[in-house]
Design a protein around this ligand. Structure first.
Ligand SMILES: *Cc1c(COP(=O)(O)O)cnc(C)c1O
Length: 345
């Protein structure tokens, strides 16, 4: 058994996956009578490519990887759930994560009956990798690092993440949902050196496509193969696959959107700092700002009454008084700042 196989659930390793008509025959043909599809309503009468080969080739080219290290899911959320289902034996194994962080890791752990161990960040929203490892044991299969982190907005020091890669024996998951907005590099380049590394990215943020539900996981081919065995056979529908091929041609456009949002983030950060009821605007490497205020609940309700919805993070560990504000377009940000100016009076 490989090192990766030893980390996987034995029933998953033994699993014979569902073999769909479209995965058994992949060649060229003119008469398709193998999948009980309707001959009417072309082109949506056909089941989509179960492994999304054309999309993965494009993504692989953009990211400088091999297509067999790419997994596509219905949002990164599908990949997060698969990590638990593939690696964690329910009521036996555990997962470790920093706190606060993205809420779906804990929800997926709970759904899968996997113990979830939270390690609070320090006042600077930073972690000590030695402390994180101290919480792990032989049953710790997953360690989640979201960088840039949601909701704190900071990217973690690469050397700390590297320490975890070198010393954690389970699967290290780096969630890079916001990496396109970060001043720091993605860990994608390190993928070939670390077979136990899984990197999550998504079309929901910089790519402006949250509505289509498309997320990516990058890992060694041994992990991706097993993800493909466990996922629903046609997890990415034909409409989404078509759309993905189109948006992947618009990389330049996406870069411009990111540039605009980075300029808007800087403007917004500067303006928010001026308000007397704002006690801190945390530095952000993402498309949102975490803002500490004197009375988060009152401010949240005020903005809501004005039709402006932000995220109240007041009740989250280390985030008392905090609102998380997504950076919008220039117009949206102007409306927000004008509303705040009136609140301040
Ligand atoms: C938004 C977000 C995602 C994206 O989830 P999707 O299911 O791809 O929309 C993943 N991780 C973090 C930390 C996020 O904030």
């Amino acid at each position: 058994m490989t090192e990766i196989e030893q980390l996987m659930r034995p029933n998953i390793l033994r699993l014979t996956p569902y073999s769909s008509a479209r995965s058994e025959f992949k060649g060229e043909a003119s008469v398709w009578l193998d999948a009980n599809e309707s001959p009417f309503n072309t082109t949506y009468n056909r089941y989509p490519d179960p492994l999304q080969s054309r999309i993965k080739e494009k993504i692989a080219r953009i990211k400088g990887l091999s297509p067999d290290s790419v997994f596509l899911g219905a949002g990164s959320d599908e990949a997060i759930d698969l990590l638990f289902r593939v690696f964690c034996i329910p009521a036996c194994d555990n997962a470790v994560a920093i706190e606060p962080t993205y809420g779906m890791y804990e929800v997926c752990a709970n759904i899968n009956d996997v113990e979830y161990r939270k390690v609070p960040l320090d006042e600077e929203f930073d972690f000590d990798p030695v402390d994180l490892l101290a919480v792990t044991d032989d049953h710790t299969k997953l360690l989640f690092i979201c960088s840039p982190n949601n909701p704190t907005g900071n990217t973690f020091d690469a050397s700390k993440i590297k320490y975890l890669l070198d010393n954690f024996r389970g699967i290290l998951v780096i969630d890079e949902a916001y990496i396109d907005f970060s001043s720091q590099d993605s860990f994608l380049k390190r993928l070939p050196d670390y077979p136990r590394l899984v990197i999550l990215q998504t079309f929901s943020k910089a790519w402006g496509s949250a509505g289509v539900r498309l997320g990516m996981a990058f890992a060694s081919s041994g992990i991706i193969e097993v993800f493909n065995k466990v996922k629903y056979p046609y997890n990415i529908n034909a409409l989404t696959q078509e759309y993905a091929l189109e948006i992947l041609e618009k990389e330049e456009c996406v870069k411009e959107w990111v540039d605009v949002l980075l300029r808007e983030r800087l403007k917004l950060e500067t303006l928010l700092q001026e308000f007397p009821f704002v006690t801190k605007v945390y530095p952000s490497d993402a498309n949102f700002l975490l803002v500490r205020t004197r009375d988060a609940a009152a401010l949240y309700n005020y903005l809501q009454d004005k039709g402006i919805i932000v995220r109240n993070r007041n009740k989250i560990t280390l985030c008392s008084g905090c609102l998380r504000i997504t950076v919008g377009n220039a117009e949206e940000n102007r409306i927000l700042v004008e509303a705040l100016a009136i609140y301040g009076k």
